[in-house]
Write a protein that binds this ligand. Sequence first.
Ligand code: HAM
Length: 425
Amino acid sequence: MLTTRPRGTNDILPGETEKWHYVEKVLREICMEFDYQEIRFPIFEHTELFQRGVGETTDIVEKEMYTFLDRGQRSITLRPEGTASTVRAYLEHKLYALPQPVKMYYIGPMFRYERPQAGRYRQFHQFGVEVFGSFDPAIDAEVIALAMNFYHRLGLKGLELRLNSVGCPNCRPKHRETLQSFLEKDLHRLCRDCQGRYERNPLRILDCKNNQCREITAGAPTVLGSLCPECREHFEAVKEYLDEAGIRYLIDDRLVRGLDYYTKTAFEIIVNEIGAQSAICGGGRYDGLVESLGGPPIPGVGFALGMERIFPALESQGISIPLENQLDVYVIALGKAADRKAFQILLNLRLEGIKADKDYLRRSLKAQLKTAHRHNVKYALIFGENELEKGTVILRFMETSKQKEMPVDEALDLIRKQMDKKIKM
Ligand code: HAM
């Protein structure tokens, strides 16, 4: 137990974290270009926020939340997603008083007690965006464009954008009725979960993965077929904006998201090569959520994408992440006195912004050179007792294995100049 992490969690080790940094850098750059600002909210919230925000009848609230009483007997939940918290913060800090729309993004861990498998974890990371205060269908298209832009920038291909409208409180009751009467005769054949959903949330039955349920719902009426004029107009406009932007999509009238707050636009992005957990991104519009959490009737739209699902997708398409050469200089010292000098020079190099390291195990010259090679450094600075006495150092160009003894200052100058050139390039 002591040396095993909890099921469904991951350690992101050195070597992997660099890839995460790169992806996060791309995300932050895109957010700057699209004018989204970062919000950071707590890892845990009052349980009620998610019960009311995500929806009592969702799998997340019914089965997947990490909920506990804190020492003050308050019910606390580790955040299973970021939308509810962003809405809470938007209301708590009266961000609706700012010029609208307010466009925010977040990156961080989320927690769901799910059955772990490849791509599905109990602690996972989402990047998400949320936009408040605009009914404009162009903003639906903008958030979709942001997600697609990100994947394209990484080089991912073969993405499938699935688009649907799940209607609004005007058109949904009518659909609910027609769906229930369609399903009534087969109610006893639906899976146990769907039998429960029949009354509470029949729309979710369309999303059930059970084979028999799929068979039963094959010809079921979809919300798309019974949209009210306003929802239809909105849906048409979102499609036009996407067409205009050259973003291809597939209409999927059975796409029902696993969270209850969606109205109108719902979408997912799928990449097929990564197995069962192929949804790399999901989102949509939630025009009733702010109000249902006690705020003014302000609309919202956003998405979240799973960070852990990016890397297998990249790998399956043979795309490698450009990693920066980590170290520039490796300082090698032989003998106690040389080591002191080397240590001082090492710290100075770092002060100048040059990435440098040394050996701390008093290894042989050969072993230290091997380490320098492993780090893929351009230069090694070698200090021996002899050089120390003369005030010189051996500068070794690792690529060619050529080396030259010279005064310490001269060697440092040469490195600085070359590094400058590299930075300017
Ligand atoms: P979601 O579909 O539950 O939506 O999650 C969004 C994405 O997070 C999924 O497409 C998937 O890539 C990733 N994800 C979800 N669960 C897991 C898991 N257990 N392990 C690994 N990755 C996972 C939401 O969370 C909404 N809050 C999105 C949203 C924002 N809608 C509007 N604004």
